[in-house]
Ligand binder design. Structure first.
Ligand code: HMG
Ligand code: MG
Length: 302
């Protein structure tokens, strides 16, 4: 165990999108921008800043066009955003995004509840998005949600998730992020998932997007490291959840992940101290203590 860990991994920050999408009280655009700036200052190389979904479905991110427009042409990080269809792509293009992320589920029921389409209808809706992105030179990441379990269907066949991942990669995604949307995964299951995925897709093209609902996210990431996965998604202070996945609270906290990686000698390029600043800011902006555990310990020790 731990013989061949990657020397360096990339942490992909989803707090401003996956984290804030679930907030009941609307976070003003200026506050979102302060948080995104703090994350960039901590050295996060890719930040998912918003989501071009329908504002009726995700009112918390109804200011997507404004947020993305603010970061148009700005250096500091690679800014990216969720796009569910061509309407979302058009909005992303208008606001100057150089990278977007499409998303669908391994399970049919979650896909239907989340984006109002069957999986087959979703591939059809994504085709013009991939084509337009290729034409415009926009990179596309693709999420496969509910890989470790579905809130409606229970266990999900890993071979089926691998099928979705392979198909999205073939359509033109540069990376597939595998989501434990409801945070049910455990380490031996993660081995089974990654074995099934590796049979269809190079693990170098995979990211892991773990929710920490039951406290198993880091343990699953360690399995990913052993398999050679080098991109991990996380959310500042553990903000987040999916409104169309009951019980999906708690993304893996970025500070918990970075603390563990640095302790294991795996470089991220992130300044943990400044990351804690961003976590403290998130708590101030939202007016409550957030779930990240390293954040509480490190902020208390100051
Ligand atoms: P729909 O109602 O089926 O859309 O929603 P439609 O195509 O039938 O269009 C209906 C109306 O919506 C039309 O307007 C469209 O123009 C408009 P009208 O003609 O009636 O005036 N419309 C849009 N407006 C703004 N932006 C758009 C857009 N698309 C259509 N992009 C839709 C389909 C996908 C839009 C809807 O279901 C939706 O927005 N869903 C988003 C749900 C969501 O964001 N969920 C959380 C994402 S998190 C996640 O999935 C998990 C992840 O974190 C990984 C993990 O944890 O596993 C990624
Ligand atoms: Mg998520």
């Amino acid at each position: 165990m731990f013989d061949a860990l990657p020397e360096r991994v990339q942490v992909y920050e989803v707090g401003p999108r996956d984290g804030l999408q679930n907030e009941k009280a609307f976070v003003p655009s200026e506050d979102k921008i302060r948080l995104i700036d703090a994350l960039a200052a901590a050295g996060l190389p890719r930040i998912e800043i918003t989501s071009f979904v329908h504002p009726r479905w995700i009112p918390a991110l109804a200011d997507a066009d404004r947020i993305a427009g603010h970061y148009r042409g700005r250096s500091g990080s690679t800014w990216t955003a969720l796009v569910p269809n061509m309407r979302g792509f058009d909005r992303a293009l208008k606001t100057g995004m150089s990278e977007v992320a499409v998303f669908m589920s391994a399970s049919e029921t979650h896909n239907k509840r989340n984006i109002n389409k069957t999986r087959d209808e979703t591939y059809t809706a994504f085709e013009p998005v991939f084509a337009a992105c290729a034409e415009q030179g926009i990179a596309v990441r693709a999420y496969v949600s509910t890989v470790w379990g579905c809130p409606y269907e229970g266990e999900v066949d890993a071979a089926e998730a691998a099928d979705v991942a392979a198909r999205l990669l073939a359509m033109g995604a540069y990376q597939i992020s595998l989501g434990d949307t409801i945070g049910v995964g455990t380490p031996l299951q993660t081995r089974r998932v990654l074995d099934a995925i590796a049979a269809r897709v190079p693990l170098g093209d995979i990211a892991m997007h773990m929710h920490d609902t039951r406290g198993t996210a880091l343990a699953n990431c360690v399995v990913g490291l052993e398999y050679g996965v080098t991109t991990f998604d996380a959310s500042i202070a553990g903000l987040g959840g999916c409104p169309y996945a009951p019980g999906a609270s708690g993304n893996l906290a970025t500070e918990d992940l970075v603390y563990m990686l640095h302790g294991m000698g795996v470089a991220t390029g992130i300044d943990l101290d400044r990351l804690v600043d961003a976590g403290v800011l998130a708590q101030t902006l939202l007016g409550r203590t957030l779930p990240g555990r390293a954040l509480q310990a490190l902020a208390a020790g100051r």
